[in-house]
Design a protein around this ligand. Structure first.
Ligand code: ZN
Length: 173
């Protein structure tokens, strides 16, 4: 089995916050507690990344994957139930969409090809692309300047996320 892993360019939570602030401003959503991920995905991302491609795949095709991102091709594939869930404001599905966006915006091809890890080298949490994508989703859906004085319950309700995601983000305030 191939034990090698790839890492994206080191991105701390503060760097991710700066990126989200930029995206929120650019898309005029800096006052939106409820971030509309579907509008972002279908209307705004294509303006930021003209070659962006979204594919909705059946559960048969995707298996246990909620989504998959191909940064080199600027493409996101979403499993149909996750796409529909996000339209229907399901917190878990919305987070999954945010997670794939994280891969799209942060894992550029150069950083992936250049950072093949040597055997035995351990990733620090913030270099792990999965950590980065989760952190991106959390910051995108629960915009830091807006949730500062909110409780976990308020964050979950107003930002349209699961209680668990709200609890995790609450600790990062
Ligand atoms: Zn991922």
């Amino acid at each position: 089995m191939n034990q090698q892993r790839y890492k994206a360019s080191p991105t701390s939570r503060n760097e991710i916050r700066r990126l989200i602030k930029y995206i929120r401003k650019l898309t005029g959503t800096e006052n939106d507690l409820y971030f509309d991920v579907i509008d972002f995905l279908e209307m705004k991302v294509p303006k930021l990344i003209p070659e962006f491609e979204l594919e909705i795949c059946s559960e048969e095709d995707m298996g246990n994957k909620y989504g998959e991102t191909f940064p080199a091709a600027s493409k996101i594939a979403l499993r149909e139930d996750i796409y529909i869930g996000a339209i229907e404001r399901d917190g878990f599905s919305r987070f999954c969409v945010g997670h794939e966006m994280g891969h799209l915006f942060m894992n550029d091809i150069d950083s992936i090809s250049l950072c093949k890890l040597e055997k035995g080298e351990r990733l620090r949490a913030f270099e792990d692309p999965e950590w980065q994508a989760d952190a991106f989703a959390g910051e995108l859906l629960m915009y830091h300047p807006l949730i500062k004085h909110m409780s976990v319950d308020e964050i979950a309700e107003k930002c349209g996320v699961t209680h668990s995601a709200a609890g995790t983000q609450y600790k990062k305030k």
